[in-house]
Design a protein around this ligand. Structure first.
Ligand SMILES: CC(C)(COP(=O)(O)OP(=O)(O)OC[C@H]1O[C@@H](n2cnc3c(N)ncnc32)[C@H](O)[C@@H]1OP(=O)(O)O)[C@@H](O)C(=O)NCCC(=O)NCCS
Length: 243
């Protein structure tokens, strides 16, 4: 499922059952020593996904440890993202020569608990969630909105090393095309040179899993946007006004 949401430059691997046959690296083992079974399972299977993705990129398998604020630390020249929820784990990796940042997030395709939408959704987002819940009830749009914001955070944080609040991103969704846009609403005092104005991504809701994914193309002069577009990638950094 996840590979359909990402450009071909990204190696994406998912698992719907746990891979407890994986032997973790000692550093990874130390990281989860004492963790509860649920955490051990998701951590281990996500590492299995990440190693397979490394293999697809022609890279050796190395440990994936949490870095600052939990962001995964990848080997040099690699960016990536990890997600896990009940019954689903995935990792997506790419070379920094192709991709500047990745954010993926999986959630159960079930409505958020009462009151959560109000705390994570801006008024304009709550309006489209309500409308789409009426017209397309098979998708848990409130949960998908949450997932999109988590993907935004996972793409943003490793790029900029600063937190981002739920109200800092305004999400709009195209329910037919399976795409979404995130416009960052940072004010002049919060915005710094080089901050992206937003992100574009893709979403799906199949087999009980609501998925969202963002891949930001690397801004390499030798690989202009046309080359990226030829490769079939619909994702690009937003340019233009932030509001
Ligand atoms: C960090 C966070 C995004 C993780 O999302 P989640 O839905 O709880 O959990 P998931 O299973 O999908 O993802 C967990 C993985 O995210 C990754 N992750 C954790 N912190 C991260 C960070 N700061 N940056 C990037 N990735 C991070 C890790 O790889 C982790 O897996 P691991 O611990 O096995 O390595 C979430 O817990 C969080 O803090 N959200 C609040 C911030 C936010 O979303 N703001 C909204 C901005 S619009």
């Amino acid at each position: 499922m996840i590979e359909n949401l990402l450009p071909p430059q990204v190696a994406a691997v998912e698992a719907t059952c746990d891979r407890m046959d994986v032997v973790l690296f000692p550093e990874e083992e130390a990281q989860i020593a004492g963790a509860v079974d649920k955490r051990r399972r998701e951590f281990t299977t996500a590492r299995w996904c990440a190693r397979r993705a490394m293999g697809q990129l022609g890279l050796p398998a190395v440990p994936v440890l949490p870095g600052t604020r939990g962001a995964p630390r990848w080997q040099p020249s690699v960016v990536g993202s990890i997600t896990h929820c009940a019954g689903y784990r995935a990792a997506a990796l790419a070379r920094t020569s192709d991709v500047a940042a990745i954010g993926i997030d999986a959630e159960p395709n079930q409505p958020l608990p009462e009151g959560v939408l109000e705390s994570i959704g801006l008024p304009r987002e709550r309006a489209w969630v309500r409308e789409l819940q009426r017209t397309t009830p098979q998708v848990a749009w409130d949960r998908l909105l949450f997932s999109m914001k988590e993907s935004v955070y996972k793409a943003w944080y490793p790029l900029r090393k600063r937190p981002l609040e739920f109200e800092d991103a305004l999400i709009t969704v195209d329910p037919r095309q399976g795409t979404f846009q995130a416009r960052l609403l940072l004010g002049p005092a919060e915005r710094r040179d080089g901050d992206p104005l937003g992100f574009e991504g893709r979403w799906s809701a199949v087999n009980g899993v609501a998925l969202s994914a963002i891949a930001v193309p690397a801004l390499v002069p030798a690989a202009p946007a046309a080359a990226w577009a030829r490769a079939g990638a619909p994702h690009r950094e937003l340019v233009g006004s932030a509001r």
